[in-house]
Design a protein around this ligand. Structure first.
Ligand code: MV4
Length: 445
């Protein structure tokens, strides 16, 4: 097992990883930017190293500085958390070259899943259901228009192969819209990713976003750990996640689980990962993308399968094998991402000092957060300041518990998404479980 792990991240996930390392008897090294000098992850770690100024590119994305920090502290592994360098093939490669274990995917796996058209081709080849569309990249606008008319049928969706998170993506209903979308989508993708490659798919209207958590060991064994429903999102930012999905059936779980295992096995996946699917109203499901990292919403899976996923991730990276059996959810878990944003002012970021703080508690309530009374949220990073997670026997009880816990959560000095999430728990359509990724577009709060 590793003796010392450097956590190349900040905020709640840095703390989350440190907690598991402590339980495993592994020493921890925190890294921080000057903007994070008062962050709690520094105090909970055994050592802390400053890796640069506030801007992410100079600190949490600064590969030489992070590797130097790992070397001077004699760390034998790096946990990248999510975001930042967690899906950076170059960083994974530099870790390998330096003899430091990257607790994440290999550069080859990151590259093969990071290019979305390529990932889709690999999955299609492996027999994973994919949305009908272009074979790989579109060569030209004319080819796209012809495909949309002759094979796929409008509406279609144009996606950036280097994309994700909706950037460089366009929904198109006719030839005219296609002609306008083509250049603007390519320009957007070129600016955002330095890659203007585009592929085309049939647009699945009002889908649900359901993802399967998977785990693979170094000996070729892969299992799934059931699903999460992430359909409640706004502008591709998830607000609420839950497990199991209210839309799931035993049969669908079996088929999606098998497809996810097929997807992971096709690339000999090692470590924990997530296979994202779109699910239409008739419960047809299609591969969307694969994430080669631990995700923000991993706690809802932890709650329903009763395992620490960070612990499993570290064990897999250290070469410990899995049994290969799949996990079925028990009970129901919901997570609210609490962001320092004003939902009543277009979700404008609201950094600043937390003057008063009371975190909720009680049976089945978990708060994963780095905030404390007196903490100043820097304006430089993601606005998520806490994850409130509940676990109960049924979805109905979990919603009531979440409603109670949200009302107990006091954060003064800044604006948060809590008032919106309280309204969501009170909403009949949310309670019915019958919602799609379009839900937040029309939700009045
Ligand atoms: C789609 C789709 C409908 N049909 N693909 C959004 C982010 C990117 N990863 C893929 N996305 C979508 N791809 C086809 N063929 C609808 C979306 C989509 C979406 C997906 C999941 C969660 C929220 C979403 C919001 C808008 C669009």
């Amino acid at each position: 097992m590793f003796k010392k792990i450097l956590i190349a991240n900040r905020g709640e996930i840095a703390l989350r990883v440190i907690r598991t390392c402590k339980e495993m008897g592994i020493k921890t090294v925190a890294v921080y930017s000057t903007a994070d000098k008062d962050s709690i992850h520094l105090k909970f770690a055994d050592e802390a190293v400053c890796i640069g100024p506030a801007a992410s590119k100079d600190s949490y994305l600064n590969m030489p500085n992070i590797l130097a920090a790992a070397e001077i502290t004699n760390s034998d592994a790096i946990h990248p958390g999510y975001g930042f360098l967690s899906e950076n093939a170059k960083f994974s490669e530099l870790c390998r070259d330096s003899g430091i274990k990257f607790i994440g995917a290999s550069p080859e796996m990151i590259n093969s899943m990071g290019d979305k058209a390529n990932a889709k081709a690999t999955m299609k080849e492996a027999g994973v259901p994919c949305v009908p569309g272009s074979e790989g990249l579109l060569e030209s606008l004319e080819e796209g228009i012809q495909l949309a008319n002759d094979l796929v049928g409008y509406p279609v969706i144009l996606k950036a192969t280097a994309g994700g998170g909706g950037r460089g993506m366009r929904i198109i209903w006719n030839d005219d819209e296609f002609r306008t979308a083509w250049d603007s989508a390519r320009k957007e993708a070129a600016a955002a990713f330095g890659n203007d490659g585009m592929y085309l798919e049939k647009f699945v209207q009002e889908p649900r976003h359901i993802e399967i958590q998977i785990a693979g060991d170094q000996y070729g064994k892969v299992c799934h750990l059931s699903e999460r429903d992430c359909s409640i999102q706004r502008r591709h930012q998830k607000l609420i996640e839950e497990a199991p999905s209210p839309f799931m059936t035993d049969d669908l779980r079996k088929r999606m689980g098998e497809a996810a295992i097929k997807a992971a096995s096709a690339i000999s996946y090692e470590g924990v990962g997530t296979v994202e699917f779109l699910v239409d109203k008739d419960r047809n499901f299609y591969f969307m993308e694969m994430n080669t990292r631990i995700q923000v919403e991993h706690p809802v899976t932890e709650e329903v399968i009763n395992h620490d996923l960070i612990l499993e991730q570290i064990k897999l990276a250290a070469g410990i094998p899995i049994t290969g059996k799949n996990y079925l959810p028990q009970g129901h878990s919901i997570e609210c991402r609490i962001n320092a944003e004003d939902p009543y002012n277009n979700f404008r970021p609201s950094p600043g000092t937390i003057t008063v703080l009371h975190k909720p508690g009680g049976h089945g309530v978990r708060v994963d957060s780095h905030i404390y009374a007196g903490y100043t949220i820097p304006p430089n990073y993601d606005s998520m300041i806490a994850k409130l997670i509940v676990k109960a026997n049924t979805r109905e009880e979990a919603i009531k518990k979440m409603h109670r816990a949200l009302n107990e959560f006091v954060i003064e000095g800044i604006k948060t998404t809590i008032p919106l999430q309280i309204k969501l728990m009170e909403d009949e359509d949310f309670q019915s479980g019958n919602f799609t990724t379009k839900f937040m577009e029309t939700f009045k709060f």
